[in-house]
Design a protein around this ligand. Structure first.
Ligand code: NAI
Length: 313
């Protein structure tokens, strides 16, 4: 089998070299490339591959259509919305993901966003640097707040568990039945938006969830509520959120994800509105989760080579 790794997995060269040697000793060809966005280069790299490995680089359908031997794509990421899944499905190409590698990392960042927003950390930090005081910037506790989790999967449930440790009341809106010791009640989206002090998004980006939080949904939220998005940018209407922050329809927001992968343009509406923390898609990215992610994708690969399809998408 020819196995092509299309981008860096964020682990040491030593780890990749060890897998490369092992795969070669099993009779396979393994080639690791640095990421390229050039479609012609990608077509050339993939055209005789049996297996592709990649993280979150977008892959154009032309690349898939130009790879007749392709049987398996091993994705070192949770979401697969950066892949042309319709073409992949039509060509009967199997896909695995690395679901789970970032659960702790994303949930921890969510808690950090919640506390930073509730305690106005960005603003007081600036004041402190300007030799000022905390006057007018006394914030609130996370304790006793109602947290609304949208999408109670692995990350949603872990975030619920961490929120419980802070004494929060946790409600959830999810597509399927939720049965979790850390979620107090499953509610409708409308009830969640109306009752939550903190709304945290943890659903995948699908046609159903695209634009799920727009002007009308933001208006349902409490004036003092905050919105955390570590899911996918497209789940929120960015223009509507920027307006809601300018008009104080809600009190604050934190976004780790946007419609496009950062770098964003300086004109992006969420970079030009108040009371928002923005990070360039860092929630998954801790050293520990990168190592765990590489372990999962190489386990996926060795299982596939033995005829087993695990972490199936
Ligand atoms: P998961 O598959 O375990 O959970 C997703 C949950 O969303 C499921 O409970 C599902 O029933 C629910 N859901 C699906 N469609 C829904 C809808 N229309 N309405 C309400 N709920 C819906 O996935 P996991 O591991 O918890 O990840 C969730 C998402 O977080 C991923 O799809 C990905 O987009 C994002 N993510 C972001 C990262 C970051 O670095 N910012 C890192 C990892 C994941």
């Amino acid at each position: 089998m020819k196995i092509v790794l299309l981008e860096d997995l964020g682990v040491s060269k030593q780890i990749i070299d060890q897998h490369s040697e092992k795969l070669k000793s099993m009779g396979h060809t393994f080639i690791a490339y640095q990421k390229s966005n050039d479609i012609n280069i990608l077509i050339e790299r993939c055209q005789d591959a049996d297996i592709l490995m990649l993280a979150n680089m977008p892959l154009d359908k032309q690349v898939i259509e130009s790879a007749p031997k392709l049987k398996y794509i091993d994705v070192a990421f949770t979401g697969v919305d950066h892949l042309p899944m319709d073409v992949i499905k039509n060509k009967n190409i199997a896909v695995s993901n690395a679901s789970g590698y970032a659960t702790q990392a994303v949930s921890e960042l969510c808690i950090s966003f919640m506390i930073q927003l509730l305690r106005h950390v960005r603003e007081v930090e600036q004041r402190c640097r300007q030799a000022g005081t905390k006057d007018g910037l006394i914030g609130n506790l996370l304790n006793n707040k109602t947290v609304g989790i949208i999408g109670a999967g692995a990350i949603g449930k872990k975030t619920a568990q961490l929120c419980k440790a802070f004494g929060c009341h946790v409600i959830a809106y999810s597509r399927s039945q939720v049965n979790d010791p850390y979620i107090d009640k499953q509610v409708s989206l409308q009830t969640l938006l109306q009752q939550s002090d903190i709304v945290s998004l943890h659903c995948p980006l699908t046609p159903e969830t695209t634009g799920m939080i727009g002007e009308n949904e933001l208006k349902l939220m409490k004036k003092q509520a905050i919105l955390i998005n570590t899911a996918r940018g497209g789940v929120i209407d960015s223009l509507a959120l920027a307006e809601a922050l300018k008009n104080k329809t809600i009190a604050g927001a934190a976004c780790d994800v946007f419609e496009n992968e950062p770098p964003l343009t300086k004109e992006h509406p969420l970079l030009n509105c108040p009371n928002i923390i923005v990070t360039p898609h860092i929630a998954f990215a801790s050293e520990e989760s990168m190592i765990q992610r590489a372990d999962i994708v190489f386990d996926n690969l060795y299982a596939w080579l033995k005829g087993q399809h695990i972490n199936k998408v």
